[in-house]
Structure formats: structure tokens, C-alpha cells
Design a binder for this molecule. Structure first.
Ligand SMILES: NC(=O)c1ccc[n+]([C@@H]2O[C@H](COP(=O)([O-])OP(=O)(O)OC[C@H]3O[C@@H](n4cnc5c(N)ncnc54)[C@H](OP(=O)(O)O)[C@@H]3O)[C@@H](O)[C@H]2O)c1
Length: 273
């Protein structure tokens, strides 16, 4: 039975991916910042008769000591792991004029430094698998900079670069790195990070907030992302890039083909609608 570690499993993609992998006969070590949040996941796993293959571990990816203890725990209890899914993340909203230093740094701590730290320390356990995988959850915001989300976009651009380097470094060890880039899906992420844009009166800022609220209320079903992650886990030769969601492929094509000046004209026009 393959063993998978997933971060940020109390809600959204992490929650759903845990269940998808359990259904696909994986043993899942589901991590979350507060294990008090685990009751929903445990109840759902029990309801489906899958709880025997589920373990919950408290992990904040920004706490190095926590990461090191987790590594020791895995080494003792499981000897190796086959899949690491770096899913934990959030979206810090805010225009540059009202983004605080601490907000910027924390965004990079969770979405980038946390991914490095966990991957770096769990790598010896992945290398003990016959064929391992690292799946990083990026975003289409890792390919195009959007207003009101500079910290988030910077973090996801960084994750894309990190994933490319790692892919090439680790192929020789039979470890496949993949980067999943979803468009907008209906999860808690939108209400958690974008509230502060509201404080301003600017029309542009308000339209960005509205866009985020629309994603929250009318976003696509996140089960599609969980299902894609499961299929990547089951793939014999996983690719590096996977994009998913309405408009994602078109956006990437447009970014490749159009000059930036044209692109910014359309983004501003869309936001002004
Ligand atoms: N939903 C979308 O439209 C979308 C689109 C593109 C990419 N993504 C990416 O998908 C991933 C999952 O997001 P989601 O949409 O499923 O949102 P979500 O439901 O808010 O899930 C995010 C998870 O990350 C956890 N997390 C945050 N900070 C953490 C930390 N320091 N240590 C450990 N866990 C932490 C959250 O825990 P708490 O609940 O304790 O904060 C939560 O479990 C993120 O990387 C996000 O950037 C989402």
C-alpha cells in the first residue's frame, strides 16, 4: 500500500484529496495546523469505512521544529513515504499600499519556505521508496500577476521555479515532481485572505474584491482538483505541469502569445466591468 503525506487537510483540496486517495487504497498521513479541526475528516473517513488507513498529524509548515519532529515520527513509524503533496497555502490579499511587511513575509513563509522545508527534510524518506512523487499545489497566479494579489502571485511564481528545478534534480532518484495549477475553485481560501481589500474605497480595489467573492460563491467544484491529484498519483509517468479549471488553459495561452501591454489592457477592462 502506497503511503502519502498531505499538508493542509482540514478543508478544501487537502480534505478532498485525502478522501480520494483513501478511496484509491492509499495509506494517508493527513496533516493540519490544528488537530482540533480533524473531526470532519475523521467522520467522513469513518462513514466511508476508510478510517483504518488514515492518520492525522499536527503540522504547521512554518515551524521548523514541528517539521523535524514530523520527519522523525515518519522515519520511526513508516520508514519511507511514496507521495508528498505540498498543498497547505493561503492567499494574502491586498494592494501594495496596504500590505504590511509581516503579511508579505508570512505569505512566503507558508507558501514557499514551508514547501522547501518539508520537502527538504522528508526527501530521505521519499528516496527510500521505489518510485516517489512530490506534488506541489501551485496556481494560475503562478503564471500571471494579478492586482490585489502580489504576495500570493510572488509565492506561486516561486513555487513554479522551485518545482522546475526539483523536477530535474530528482528524476535520477526516480522521484517525479509535478505542479498543479488550478484556476478558481470554491474553497475557504477566498474568504480567509481577501477581506482587507474591502477597507479601501478605490473602484479598482473593490472590483478585485468582487472578483474574489465571486470565486468564493460561484467557483468550480474542488472535487475536480482532488480527482486530478489522485490521477497524477496513479500515473506511471507524471508530467511536471498540470493546469485545471475554467479559463486556465486560455489564460496561459494568452500570456504566451500576447504582449504584456495588450494583456494589461484586457485585465483592466475586465476589472472595470
Ligand atoms: N481554491 C482555489 O481556487 C485555489 C486556486 C489555486 C490554488 N489554490 C491552492 O490550493 C491550496 C489549497 O487551498 P484551498 O483552496 O483548498 O484552501 P483552504 O481550504 O483554505 O485550504 C488551505 C489549507 O492550508 C492550510 N494552511 C494554511 N497555513 C498553514 C500553515 N502555516 N501550516 C499548515 N497548513 C496551513 C489551511 O489550514 P487552516 O484552515 O488552519 O488555515 C488549510 O488546511 C493552496 O496552496 C492554494 O494556494 C487554491
Amino acid at each position: 500500500m502506497k503511503k502519502a503525506v498531505i499538508t493542509g487537510t482540514n478543508s478544501g483540496f487537502g480534505f478532498l484529496t485525502t478522501l480520494e486517495l483513501l478511496e484509491a487504497n492509499y495509506y494517508v498521513i493527513a496533516t493540519m495546523r490544528m488537530t482540533a479541526d480533524s473531526s470532519r475528516l475523521l467522520a467522513e473517513a469513518r462513514k466511508r469505512g476508510l478510517a483504518n488507513n488514515l492518520e492525522i498529524y499536527r503540522l504547521d509548515v512554518t515551524e521548523l521544529e514541528n517539521v523535524l519532529n514530523f520527519k522523525d515520527y515518519l522515519a520511526e513509524q513508516h520508514t519511507h513515504i511514496d507521495v508528498l503533496i505540498n498543498n497547505a497555502g493561503y492567499c494574502q490579499g491586498g494592494f501594495i499600499d496596504n500590505l504590511a511587511d509581516a503579511q508579505w513575509r508570512h505569505q512566503l513563509d507558508v507558501n514557499v519556505n514551508g514547501v522547501f522545508s518539508l520537502t527538504h527534510h522528508l526527501l530521505p524518506l521519499l528516496k527510500l521508496s521505489d518510485r516517489a512523487q512530490i506534488i506541489n499545489i501551485g496556481s494560475i497566479s503562478g503564471y500571471i500577476g494579478l492586482p490585489g494579489m502580489s504576495a500570493y502571485c510572488a509565492s506561486k511564481f516561486a513555487l513554479a521555479g522551485f518545482s522546475e528545478s526539483l523536477r530535474i534534480e530528482l528524476l535520477k532518484d526516480n522521484i517525479f515532481v509535478s505542479l498543479v495549477a488550478p484556476a478558481s475553485f470554491k474553497t475557504a481560501i477566498w474568504s480567509k485572505g481577501l477581506a482587507q481589500i474591502n477597507e479601501t474605497q478605490s473602484t479598482l480595489k473593490k472590483t478585485v474584491l468582487n472578483y474574489a467573492l465571486q470565486a468564493r460563491d460561484k467557483g468550480q467544484d474542488p472535487k475536480a482538483v482532488a480527482n486530478l491529484i489522485k490521477r497524477i498519483c496513479q500515473s506511471r509517468k507524471p508530467k511536471l505541469y498540470y493546469t485545471i479549471g475554467k479559463g486556465a488553459h486560455l489564460l496561459l495561452l494568452v500570456k504566451r502569445l500576447l504582449p504584456w501591454r495588450t494583456l494589461e489592457y484586457f485585465i483592466l477592462k475586465r476589472l472595470a466591468k
